[in-house]
Design a protein around this ligand. Structure first.
Ligand code: SF4
Length: 454
């Protein structure tokens, strides 16, 4: 770490000390410090910081209420570690390092790495392959450690676990948190393996945040995940809240559950549970057994587009939509542009939904994987569409993925039933065509709005 960065870190630690005493008064002061250190360069998020500052000056604002609830509800040491690892290391230190390496190596360098510690899961959810696949595939402790060490050298401090159920490996995950205490870890989880001992471990290591998968209220959750699951999940959230640990939720929306899972009643329930963020995912028709009827139609997707923005304007929880928020991140973030995915077999996929690869982390370095033909195709072709409401080379631009995979001869890395890229892309053609007019209308409206505001 450079002397300049060390100085910034020390000053921010002092600022945090103030926050502990009087969050309302000192939050604005902390922002002044962040402004000072972030500088004025294009990578210093000037607009985001400006928006953040105006929120901190308005106690009636729902985001102000969210920030204050985070400052008051969350264990101070955990909060401090999150601030250091997420804001400071992953962004202020990591982002410029990623940019530098992008230029140096001529390829994408991610902001986050998603990895599956195991293919195993303790539940048997409808439509999920993990329980059948079982404990066959695992990334070893040393492999995960090596991925993170390589990632840090490239400027990556954010690691997100998917699976399988990552907490089947909870002992190893905690040991990894300890070993890489300068990184932020987030884990998608069904939460049923969160118990008192694990919550205490989370408090001790301070850098692990769960994103708990829920399908809606009890009937919907138990219907898909098995009887009694909902109550176990609610118990886990109660425990996390009592221990002052941060957590969020993850929800997959389909044509069937979209109304209930995005209802204000359910959002209010999330806030009451103590969740600080919710991450919505559009159902993806991935895999030979995908059910196309579950794909939201254009009216439903448009509803979600407006609903997520409304939640962000009115509710004290931070809502994100992986498919409808492309405008904030310049379109598709996969292929290492901002993230990549490594499965439990070590295959390095461009995206958690795009299971085609020509590299395995057991045979290549992380950098070599980023420079592999399929990742270089992503690097060359992004953005896949000027309209960031049509960001995906699969869902909204299926010919793009088809061409990239054929050009590179990447192969299916699906662990259970390999699917040809033509089979996958054929399923998306109608969806893409039907969504285009609505996407164009929404995109023009948002561009107009931006012009008026600038
Ligand atoms: S490949 Fe598609 S699903 Fe994956 S990040 Fe890009 S746009 Fe999103």
């Amino acid at each position: 770490m450079s002397i300049a960065n060390e100085l910034k870190r020390t000053t921010l630690k002092t600022a945090f000390h103030y926050l502990e005493k009087d969050p309302e008064k000192n939050a604005v002061k902390l922002m002044e410090l962040v402004d000072k250190f972030a500088g004025n360069g294009p990578d210093s998020f000037p607009k985001q910081r400006e928006a953040f500052r105006s929120v901190l000056e308005d106690p009636q604002n729902n985001m102000y209420q969210l920030i204050m609830s985070v400052l008051k509800d969350i264990d101070k040491d955990v909060l401090k570690a999150t601030f250091e690892n997420f804001f400071f290391n992953a962004n202020i230190v990591g982002w410029p390092k990623q940019e530098e390496n992008r230029k140096k190596y001529g390829c994408n360098i991610p902001w986050a790495i998603l990895l599956d510690p195991t293919s195993a899961c303790n539940l048997h959810c409808t439509g999920c392959w993990a329980a059948e696949y079982g404990n066959k595939l695992n990334l070893t402790f040393d492999e995960i450690d090596s991925i993170i060490s390589q990632g840090k050298r490239l400027g990556v401090y954010m690691y997100i676990y998917t699976g399988g159920e990552p907490l089947v490996r909870k002992k190893d995950l905690i040991a990894i948190c300890e070993k890489h205490s300068d990184c932020q870890f987030l884990s998608f989880t069904n939460a049923t393996l969160i118990d008192e001992a694990f919550a205490d471990d989370m408090l001790r290591v301070k850098n692990f945040i769960p994103a708990i998968s829920v399908e809606g209220f009890e009937k919907a959750t138990d219907g898909r995940r098995g009887d009694g699951t909902y109550q176990k999940v609610v118990r886990a959230m109660k425990l996390l809240k009592e221990k002052h640990l941060p957590f969020g939720l993850s929800c997959c929306y389909t044509s069937q559950n979209l109304d209930s899972i995005s209802s204000f009643e359910f959002i209010d329930q999330m806030v009451e549970w103590g969740a600080k963020f919710v991450w919505y995912f559009h159902y993806m028709p991935v895999g030979n057994d995908a059910v196309l009827d579950l794909l939201p139609n254009p009216q439903q997707r448009e509803f979600m587009y407006h609903r997520i923005r409304e939640i962000r304007r009115t509710k004290p929880i931070f809502a994100m939509d992986f498919q409808n928020d492309g405008e904030y991140v310049g379109g598709c973030i996969a292929g290492g542009r901002r993230y990549l995915h490594i499965n439990a077999n070590g295959d390095v996929d461009p995206c958690v939904f795009i299971h085609y690869s020509d590299s395995n982390i057991r045979e290549k370095t992380l950098l070599e994987c980023l420079q592999s033909p399929i990742f270089m195709e992503y690097h060359k072709e992004q953005p896949f569409n000027e309209n960031h409401l049509r960001p995906c080379p699969m869902l909204e631009n299926p010919e793009k993925l088809r061409t990239m995979v054929h050009r590179t001869e990447a192969v299916s890395t699906d662990l259970q039933s390999p699917e040809s890229v033509d089979h996958l892309c054929d399923k998306c053609v109608n969806y893409a065509e039907n969504w285009t007019p609505t996407a164009q209308k929404l995109w023009s409206e948002s561009q107009e709005k931006k012009k008026l505001m600038s």
